[in-house]
Structures are given as C-alpha cells and as structure tokens.
Design a protein around this ligand. Structure first.
Ligand code: DCP
Length: 229
C-alpha cells in the first residue's frame, strides 16, 4: 500500500528531474584522458570528474596504488575493489549541470581486472568476487552513461608519455603491460567483442600532438553540445 502512494508521489518529480548527459573518457594509461578533461573545465555547463588517483594514493595514509605495483599478487584485488568503490562514487555523484564528463568508469575498471585475470595476478575466486560486486552494482545502482570517448593510442606512444611524466608508482610499468591493456581496451571498445557496451563509442586518435588533439577535442565538444535530444 505504501509503495503505491510513494509511486504516485514520486513519478511527477522523476519526470521533472533531468539527469545530465554523461560522457566517460577511456583509454590506456597515459593516453591523454586528463588533457581531455581539462579542455572541458572551461565550459560552465559541464561537471568534470577526474579519476580519484589521489584517493588511491592515500587510503588512510597508505599508498594503495604503489602497493599494487610493488606487490601485485598481494594487492591487486584490494586495489581493484577500492577502484570499483571510488568509481561508483563518481557515477552516482549528483550534478545539476546539463553535462557530466568522467575520467574512466566502473566499466573500464573491468579491463584492468580482465588483464590481471589473464596474467594470473588475480586468483579466479578473487575475480568472481569482484565480478559479483560489479554485477550487483550495475543492477541496483542507477549508473547511466550516454557516450564513451575512446582515446585510442599506440602502446609505444603512451609508454614514452608515461616515462616523461614519471609518476613514481609507475616506474615498474612495462611496455608489455601497456600492450596488454591496449589490446583489452581495443577488444572492448574498438572490436566491440569483449564486454557489453554501456553506450555508443566515439573513437579519437590519441597519437596526435597536443595541438592536433585540441582540434579533435573541439569537434568532440561540438558533437556532444549540439546533439539532437
Ligand atoms: N589503474 C589500475 N586499475 C584501474 C585504474 C587505474 O591499475 N582500474 C592504474 C593505472 C595507472 C593509474 O592507475 O597507473 C592511473 O591510470 P589511468 O590510465 O586511469 O590514468 P592516467 O593518469 O594514466 O591517464 P591519462 O594519462 O590518460 O590522463
């Protein structure tokens, strides 16, 4: 009985509430996701949500990102479960702006999990637990994405960028690891054979110079802002 009353009361409000058009920017480590986000910070109609790397570096004083790289067998599960939580927090972040742009998503976190599964850094049972959490959240939390922008970049290019930026936790990341992650992102977003796609995909060439990237970002912005409802 209560439920009926509640439904009657909430339905007009639901119609009035318009959620933002939500874009997730995806791509390998060092593919330029942060630069893409920075481009959108200049528009006051968009909420820009950066990936919570700083949170991963300081979990009650512990650098979990560093632990994952220094002892992956021991810490990959813990790290990925924390990534999953912090990504869900971004997905459920309420914004009054018409557009919301997020760096990565709970969907691409699965690329890392898949790679750790293939390379046996995660035990089969650890993968099952992460996937069960994932499935439950997808079914029960209201996670909607309207567009995925894939910054497709060659592993050699991202390897050089990563070396130049020299994030201390990443000094053990090999070119081979970047190849593996690239292949999984490609299987998912380019070949579209790996996981279900939560939204249409727009592929951008991430190998270009910064100047050329800005032109592509502008085209992408026009496509997003001028789309037909
Ligand atoms: N990471 C991970 N598992 C995840 C997400 C990220 O192991 N599910 C790691 C990989 C990197 C670091 O976290 O070492 C940040 O990775 P991202 O590719 O998400 O972010 P970048 O800062 O490298 O992105 P870009 O250079 O494209 O801005």
């Amino acid at each position: 009985k209560n439920l009926v009353v509640l439904t009657k009361m909430t339905s007009p409000t639901c119609k009035l509430y318009k959620r933002p058009f939500t874009v997730c920017i995806e791509g390998n480590i060092g593919s330029g996701k942060t630069t893409f986000l920075s481009h959108f910070k200049q528009f006051d109609n968009t909420t820009v949500l950066q990936e919570p790397v700083e949170l991963w570096r300081n979990v009650a004083g512990i650098n979990l990102l560093e632990l994952m790289y220094t002892d992956p067998k021991r810490y990959s599960f813990l790290f990925q479960s924390y990534v999953q939580l912090t990504m869900l927090q971004l997905h459920t972040y309420k914004s009054a702006m018409p557009y919301k742009i997020m760096e990565r998503s709970v969907f691409s976190a699965r690329c890392f999990i898949e790679n750790m599964k293939r390379t046996k850094l995660l035990e089969d049972v650890e993968v099952v637990v992460l996937e069960d959490w994932y499935d439950w959240c997808i079914q029960n939390a209201n996670i909607v994405t309207d567009l995925i922008v894939y910054l497709r970049t060659s592993p050699e290019v991202v390897y050089n960028r990563m070396k130049t930026r020299a994030r201390k936790e990443e000094n053990s990341v090999s070119l081979e690891y970047l190849h593996q992650l690239h292949n999984i992102h490609d299987e998912w977003l380019y070949d579209q054979t790996l996981f279900n796609l939560p939204a249409p995909v727009l592929v951008i060439d991430g190998n270009k110079s910064l100047e050329e990237m800005v032109i592509q970002f502008e085209n992408c912005k026009n496509l997003i802002f001028n789309r037909k409802e």
